[in-house]
Design a protein around this ligand. Structure first.
Ligand code: ATP
Ligand code: MN
Length: 477
């Protein structure tokens, strides 16, 4: 008999004769009531066992974590809390779970403990909810761009280009590390390596993405990205997923409009599709915050916060205005910031970004027109000669969620900039071709998918919104 998903059983419009459900036992109480979950929804279905007519041996094997199959009628539940339940006629144990040993006991576990058991944490309510939301959000990403006629591009994961010019890359090699071939100068001879050159895992698909935008008009990438940055923060992963749209003929204002519209769309999409999961996570967050001092608690509950982002425009503020605000703010004057803001040109740290968003503007903020020398080489130089058409979107509780810019489309200006920064023109000959042949104004941005999932789920550590996190000193599973 084909089994029916728990979600469909719970959503049934009427009672049903003879249904079959398969899933994992969450709890079994009074030798009678099984809470069964199959991952289709956060909600369990109650299965009522006729314990007087069930073998003692079988009852003992209905333990938390066990996989079972139940067959019976779907009837109206007498108990509170659910509309329907299954009156079990036939119960089969598919896979036992030793109650003494199964790590996911029906009690509260710390997030640290759950990370150590990332292969089983997805069997908890919170992680089931997070991973379903993550899946829906990634569908929303494609839905948004496809509906607008963007072309999905798969940029290479192994690359010879360092898009950010910032290092922090994982090298790829098939050379024997204990016997590296050397050239005449005594350096490693990458000509003997697999690709005949030095290669890395990509830190961004942008440069390749730009070449496609200059042919297909509007494109997006959505793929894995790698950064060997040794920053052990709650917002950085060594392997994360990035979404990078790139659009020909868009200037920076168009770019901001696109980013804002996109973020609002995907959040709305998740709210429409993941009501039960979000409600659960909202409760989880309220619970977690009870243990925090009042000042650290969020002012809004999760759904209210998501609605707020949908209903309010992001505040657009120039870097120069932001510096003025920061220089004069109380935490700066009282030296509460770790990095004191003294003058124009300072790079903003996450403490500054969070002050602007959480304390000053109290809404998402788009900062634009940054000093040229703290931003990447490909960003378009403004007429003032010292700022570039860059934008970062800052979110409450997250900090930077998007980094983007209008790209430098002028060949001479771009080459000048590369020379000044010591970036090899020969290496990027193909990138410069976009400026040699039919160059045009174009813009794009990168959004870290996990930071979006963090925001939507109300979680606070990025390790908890990706199935198997990769961070310094950790690549388990
Ligand atoms: P940050 O200052 O937070 O390190 P960044 O300036 O290095 O970010 P970009 O190079 O602009 O970030 O990358 C675009 C987006 O990718 C960021 O806005 C962020 O959402 C995401 N991102 C960057 N680095 C990471 C990381 N290590 N883990 C997860 N997401 C990241
Ligand atoms: Mn970074």
């Amino acid at each position: 008999m084909k089994h029916t998903r728990v979600k469909d059983l719970l959503n049934s419009n009427n009672t049903l004769h003879e249904v079959n459900a398969k899933g994992w036992v969450r709890t079994f109480r009074n030798n009678q009531f099984i809470a069964l979950n199959d991952g289709s929804t956060i909600n369990n279905i109650q299965c009522v066992v006729d314990f007087e007519n069930t073998a003692e041996e079988t009852l003992k094997r209905i333990t938390t974590g066990a996989a079972i199959s139940v067959t019976g009628n779907l009837v109206e539940s007498k108990g509170a809390g659910q509309k329907y339940e299954i009156q079990v006629k036939k119960l089969e144990i598919l896979g036992d779970s030793d109650a003494e040993k199964f790590p996911m006991q029906p009690k509260k576990h710390s997030l640290e403990f759950l990370r150590e058991n990332a292969h089983l944490r997805v069997r908890t309510n919170a992680f089931g909810a997070i991973m379903r939301i993550r899946s829906v959000l990634s569908f929303a990403v494609h839905s948004y761009f496809q509906q607008k006629g963007f072309v999905y591009v798969n940029t290479p994961i192994i690359t010879g280009a360092d898009a950010e010019g910032a290092g922090e890359m994982f090298q790829i090699t098939s050379l024997p590390l204990n016997n590296l071939p050397k050239n005449e100068e005594g350096n490693i001879d990458y000509k003997k390596d697999f690709f005949g050159k030095h290669t890395n895992l990509t830190v961004s698909g942008q440069l390749e993405g730009e070449t496609f935008a200059m042919a297909l008009g509007q494109i997006y990438t959505f793929g894995p990205t790698f950064r060997a940055e040794n920053s052990n923060t709650s917002r950085h992963l060594a392997e994360f997923w990035m979404i990078e749209p790139e659009v020909a003929f868009n200037n920076l204002d168009d770019n901001m409009d696109l980013a804002e519209d996109f973020i609002q769309y995907v959040i709305k999409f998740a709210m429409d599709k993941c009501g039960d999961d979000l409600k659960f996570l909202e409760g989880r967050l309220l619970d977690e915050e009870k243990s925090k001092p009042q000042a650290e608690r969020s002012e809004m509950a999760l759904l209210e916060k998501l609605n707020f982002v949908l209903e309010n425009n992001f505040k657009r503020v120039s870097y120069t205005e932001a510096i003025d605000i920061l220089r004069d703010c109380t935490p700066n004057k009282k030296k509460k910031f770790q990095y004191i803001i003294n003058e124009w040109g300072a790079d903003l740290q996450s403490e500054h970004e969070r002050y602007l968003v959480e304390k000053h503007f109290k809404c998402p903020v788009i900062l634009f027109d940054y000093p040229a020398n703290i931003k990447a080489f490909y960003m378009r130089l403004n007429e003032d000669g010292k700022t570039v058409r860059a934008m970062d979107i800052l979110f409450p509780g997250i900090g930077e969620i998007v980094g983007g810019s209008q790209r430098e489309e002028r060949f001479d200006v771009l080459v000048e900039k590369m020379k000044a920064l010591g970036i090899d023109e020969e290496e990027l000959w193909w990138y410069l071709d976009t400026r040699r042949f039919g160059s045009a104004v174009h813009s794009g941005f990168g959004l870290g998918f996990e930071r979006l999932v963090l925001f939507v789920t109300g979680m606070s550590n990025i390790r908890d919104v990706i199935p198997f996190p990769r961070t310094p000193q950790n690549a388990d599973f």
